[in-house]
Design a protein around this ligand. Sequence first.
Ligand code: NAD
Ligand code: ZN
Length: 367
Amino acid sequence: MTQTARAAVCRDWNQPVGVEEIQVEAPRRNEVMIKLHACGVCHSDLSAATGVIPFPPPLVLGHEGAGEIVQVGEGVTDFQIGDRVITSFVSMCGTCRYCNAGRPVLCETVNSALTTLPDGSVRTHDSNGNALNIFSGCGVMAEYATLHVNNVVPVTEDVPMDRAALVGCAVMTGVGAVFNTAQMEPGSIAVVFGAGGVGLNVIQGCRIAGARQIVAVDMSEEKLATAREFGATDVVVADEKAAKTIRKLTRGGADYAFECVGRGKVAEQAYASLGKGGTVIVVGVAPREDMTTIRTLSLPAEERGIRGSWFGSARPRYDFPRLFGLYAKGDLMLDELVTQRYTIDQAAQAFADMEAGRNARGVITFA
Ligand code: NAD
Ligand code: ZN
């Protein structure tokens, strides 16, 4: 059955995000429809709304959702109506070379589902019957959404849905960058550039992994205060001298430097704050034309490294339960991440607040 849903839609880059009534079609083969309970507002949604991530509008935003299954399509065997799920924004086929290698975020089919479902079509239309693209196989900043089963993961623990939603991007991306991508050893020295929704999760990932020193870097004093709550042992206000300050603070530089802003210049600062043998992990999503320049010789001579991390190198059905387990144990802070709740009709405000840096994470909740 088709459902009418209020949804946050980007109609034009650099225009305030609008909220409109859309039609969401029933699930087809291997698809499910979910009724959203909550959806986090990620900087990547903002980047899609400004064209930094060049997903063509009209685009239903949202890729950090939690909800319950209300309809199941033909062939769906592992979900039933009423199941609580969170979304996973990387489409994965389960059969290609990368999926088989345990690296499903690199799935060969991923590019076919950047603004549609994996089969290249959408279940979303506006009130005039025109097709609407969806953010990364999701488009879950909406009361209802139809997704491929591979883009939903069961919620295994009794986690409130507004917090569970954040595991679908910020938490998996941040903690996974530490656990999966960096595979950080206990006792490491870490520095984290950008203490927003993703960076705070890198910080708490470093804390849980047993880092001995965690330096947070941000322009906002408020974000730095929050960073301390999440586990930062030192804080540095971002300026051109940040790398020098960090090398001094860490007595020679960090083992791992995480870039959680999305700018080549910040990646360069992260590289400059490493000690010998250190590695930069780039998490932030920069505009396509943005470049990073590093001294080539320092790679071999100091055994430095630079690598990227997409969605925390997630294996969602393995990693999400791990994260919920850490929350249940009291190690993973989810409650403290949600600093503001909005209705779907307040979506434009939620994006304005993100731009102004007012939240650790803002979450849209649905009645
Ligand atoms: P956010 O807006 O919540 O946080 C960004 C933080 O960076 C803010 O606190 C801001 O004050 C700070 N900042 C800005 N410029 C800075 C600078 N020059 N130096 C230090 N700090 C600076 O954003 P978010 O949701 O945490 O996302 C962060 C980045 O991660 C974005 O680029 C987003 O697109 C990207 N992202 C990547 C993935 C992935 O899979 N790799 C997933 C989600 C988000
Ligand atoms: Zn995101």
